[in-house]
Design a protein around this ligand. Sequence first.
Ligand code: FPP
Length: 250
Amino acid sequence: MSSSVSPKIPQHVAIIMDGNGRWAQQRGLPRIEGHRRGVETVRTITDAGREIGLHTLTLYAFSVENWNRPQDEVGALMGLLEYYLKKELNTFIKNRIRLRTIGRTQDLPAGVQKHLNHTIEATREFTDYTLVLALNYGARTEIIDATRAYAAAVAAGKAKLNDDAWATFSRYLYTADLPDPDLIIRTSGETRLSNFLLMQGAYAELVFTPVFWPDFSKADLLAAVEEYGKRERRYGLTSAQLKNPTPSAP
Ligand code: FPP
């Protein structure tokens, strides 16, 4: 990082990769060409995240709502995902990147699941840097899945219904063993969270950039991290409390 960039590095950055379609349309290209270029950006930003010292990078690659896109686009996205997983396996191993997923991956095509499982298994020992792909992910379906799992644990006598600690319930989310995102970035100028990490992002800093995902660069990531470094995360406290903590402050 350049010396002008704040040394406050977020542990976990999550990105809503948006604008592939518009990037392609602006160039008179089919939408899928935007997704293809988007895969190149996934590679660039995965490397950049490791270089700047992130612990976790989560990328919103396919939402539960994305199944409603035209069938040829859905098919092309699944094909790209499979191609990406096959091509990146050696890089994940060489660069010691652990792959994880969040979402209902059991509903993805069998070929994608096979490569996902293989890559997850082959990289599970790496601890320094984790790439999380959100696939068939939606925060609302995640809450439904977590609530079902929690209810099953209560029924089996493994959890207590009157335990209202977030630390207990959050163990049933897809992200059970991952830190909450410190910074959520959305590209393409849209300023919504679109059903992405709604619970885990409760205290995340949000950065929106007009850059379309295929054009998003390491410099853009650094700019977002620098912006994060300027923010004061108060977690419900006052600024004065943060500067002069008392024993009652967490
Ligand atoms: C949003 O752009 C992007 C997506 C819905 C898919 C993101 C997928 C990739 C970057 C490629 C596959 C991913 C991996 C990890 C291999 P959009 O199509 O909604 O753009 P628009 O809003 O301009 O139409």
